[in-house]
Design a protein around this ligand. Structure first.
Ligand SMILES: NC(=O)c1ccc[n+]([C@@H]2O[C@H](COP(=O)([O-])OP(=O)(O)OC[C@H]3O[C@@H](n4cnc5c(N)ncnc54)[C@H](O)[C@@H]3O)[C@@H](O)[C@H]2O)c1
Length: 380
């Protein structure tokens, strides 16, 4: 039985901890929790009869857990994760890995220095069978070469009430950004997981209808070697859309909410074009086989009760049992790519010009510091 502890038992961490207490994660049990908010800590510990600590280092030294789950505000992720890894504790980190790539690289270095430690990222959307199928289709060459991608993510609706709830949310100093770093970190991870990293990004980020200093509306063009991807996100639209469309020269994938359709063409577009003696109305371009797949009702019910995140915790426990980091759905260092996209989109929007990757990470640190200073000056 793996002994786990949770650091940060707010909205998300308390769910992870409850799942462990209730035995949802087979092969693991909760040995302790940590939160700097004494009231939150005492309430959880008295309800679930578990040891509580205000200091995570004390907790690790005393309880010696096999692994920890870190679910604290973004800015604390790196310092806590580095300390846990250095102490030889396997670590599952909530998204995002960090706020800046430069900082995130520190934990990747720490993991390299502590090779036996398993470091994982909470990228729960990678467990979505629709995205998994898309990955299989793309990597298996079934839709041919990718030619165009559109990802629209406008269904994370958030009110002013939500933003006012947590002091650290939607600020450059507290959260390190808005919708990109909070919500879209999931989709941007999926994007890079499916189609890799672009070489250039041009983004427009703005704030619409909310009293926050960070962005809640984004349009970005990601340029790859042979195609472009348009990424659109917002947290202020009703009704929202969640739609990923990937067109290849031999097929197409469309994932919308809980449904996926994909078309596999008998002929590639380049073959049809090369052979055709007609202007349009070719018979070959109609020879597409359409397939459908749904997320599945039982999966939706499970996610509703326990959270999709519990699937990642199960996977983390499995990797601990096997002592094998290659069994992980998402390794911690994989958090860097999605974060790079976010840092690049912000940079492009602030400088009002396209940015090339690899990004100048030192410049991003300077630009973010400047944003934090402006934010603090406006508060006074
Ligand atoms: N995977 C997902 O789908 C998902 C969903 C929501 C939130 N999250 C992530 O979970 C993390 C926490 O978000 P939340 O919504 O639960 O926030 P929250 O504010 O509700 O909870 C954070 C908790 O951490 C505690 N804390 C702060 N600093 C600490 C420290 N140094 N040591 C111990 N405890 C500390 C706070 O007191 C608070 O109770 C964030 O990284 C967020 O992005 C992930």
């Amino acid at each position: 039985m793996k002994r786990l502890a949770v650091i940060g038992i707010g909205r998300m961490g308390s769910r992870h901890a409850r799942n462990l207490v209730k035995g949802v994660i087979s092969g693991a049990k909760l040995v302790a929790v940590c939160d700097t908010d004494k009231q939150v800590l005492d309430a959880f510990c008295s309800k679930y009869k578990v040891s509580g600590y205000e200091d995570f280092v004390q907790m690790i030294d005393k309880e010696r857990p096999d692994g920890v789950i870190i679910a604290t505000p973004h800015r604390s992720h790196i310092a806590i994760a580095k300390e846990c890894v250095k102490r030889g504790v396997h670590t599952l980190l909530e998204k995002p890995i960090s706020v800046t790539v430069k900082e995130a690289e520190e934990v990747v270095e720490t993991l390299k220095d502590n090779d036996s430690v398993i470091g994982a990222m909470m990228f729960n959307q990678r467990t979505n069978r629709l995205y998994k199928k898309a990955k299989q289709l793309i990597e298996g060459g079934m839709i041919g070469k990718v030619q165009r991608v559109n990802f629209t993510v406008t269904d994370w609706y958030r009110t002013q009430f939500y933003y006012d709830m947590g002091g650290w949310r939607a600020s450059w100093s507290g959260e390190g950004g808005g919708t990109l770093i909070n919500q879209c970190v999931h989709q941007l991870d999926i994007l890079q997981w499916l189609i890799g990293m672009p070489n250039k990004i041009n983004a427009y980020c703005k704030t619409v209808g909310r009293n926050i200093t960070t962005e809640n509306d984004v349009t970005a063009v990601l340029s790859y070697e042979n195609f472009e991807c348009v990424f659109t996100a917002s947290t202020h639209e009703i009704p929202g859309t969640n739609r990923l469309e990937i067109a290849g020269d031999r097929g197409k994938i469309v994932i919308e909410k809980y449904k996926m359709k994909y078309w596999l063409n008998e002929y590639s577009e380049s073959e049809i074009n090369a052979k055709s003696k007609r202007d349009y109305g070719n018979k070959q371009d109609k020879k597409s086989k359409k397939h459908s797949l749904s997320y599945g009702l039982s999966r939706m019910i499970y996610d509703g009760i326990y959270g999709q995140q519990s699937r990642i915790i199960k996977n983390f426990v499995k990797a601990l049992e096997l002592g094998d980091k290659s069994a992980l759905i998402a390794r911690m260092e994989e958090g860097i790519n999605g974060l790079t996209l976010i840092n690049a989109m912000n940079t492009s929007s602030w400088l009002k010009k396209p940015v090339e990757l690899p990004l100048d990470n030192d410049e991003y640190e300077r630009l973010l510091d400047q944003k934090i200073k402006e934010e603090q000056a406006n508060k006074m």
